[in-house]
Ligand binder design. Sequence first.
Ligand SMILES: [Ca+2]
Ligand SMILES: [Ca+2]
Ligand SMILES: [Ca+2]
Length: 313
Amino acid sequence: MMALSLKSSMAVFLGLIVLFISAQCNGQEFHNCEPGWDYFNDKCYVSYKFPIYTYNEARKMCIAFGGTLAVVNNVEEDLYLKGYTEGKYNLWLGANDIESEGEWKWEDGTSMTYSNWAEAQPDDYQTGEDCLHILNTGSQQWNDVPCDIHRGYLCEKERFCRVVPVGVESKEDVPDSHITASSDWATDHMSYQGRLNYVGTGSQSWCAGKKEVGQWLQIFLGRDRRVTGVATQGRGDDGQWVTTYRLAYKVDGAWHYVSNADYSPKAFQGNSDRNTVVYHDLEDDAFTTQYVRFYPMTWHDHVSMRVEVYACQ
Ligand SMILES: [Ca+2]
Ligand SMILES: [Ca+2]
Ligand SMILES: [Ca+2]
């Protein structure tokens, strides 16, 4: 009896672990590389081939893109990166020995465990050569060259984006003051009641003050976030919901719609009942912003909705 109960508690314990792990996995979604970036071995790469950047300028470009100059970790990656030279472009890679002559360090702070120097390199030739480029000729091996000459470059960045709700529902990073609207129906039908799954006092959703196109519900994210998805829901305590909407975001003071290929604003399918959550993965339409707006275009009975925004953690 003892043995059996021990065994069954073990089974429950293991079952819980499995549940926990699968919940963890279901809570994450992984995105591939952004448009313009190439995927290889779980990383994303982009190149700029024309020789107009110093090492430091190229370095800054890659950082601005959210990555670093390419850090070559192994022979597979090295072989892959050679392809970008096309046999004619010398490209910066992310390593230098600026700090201490002869001690090569990658841009991610790691020391150089894998290397593929061309014969007689690195030679710190003449006035000194402290930056690494991949040679366009021969076997496309590596050479140290002066950091202020002009080259193209290779950037690398992480592929994965762990998608999480920004906190409209949980209120964690989105206080009431971050949820605003073009208009509100009444003091108990406010924008901040537009949180996904809101069931508090007043209407169980934001209700616009006007049943008109042009109304919006805005979420201020508090900082730049890579927005990858949105979800909407109808009004919980009444038969009102938004059936289609547009999505806009602010960059450098200007609003942009998420658009179709012909630049017309994309129409997102909204809701068809009070409580079902309709989620949209933005995929290649993902954008980086601090402000997201939902613009209801069509609705059932009233412009009423609850929302969540999803972004890379
Ligand atoms: Ca790498
Ligand atoms: Ca050197
Ligand atoms: Ca050299």
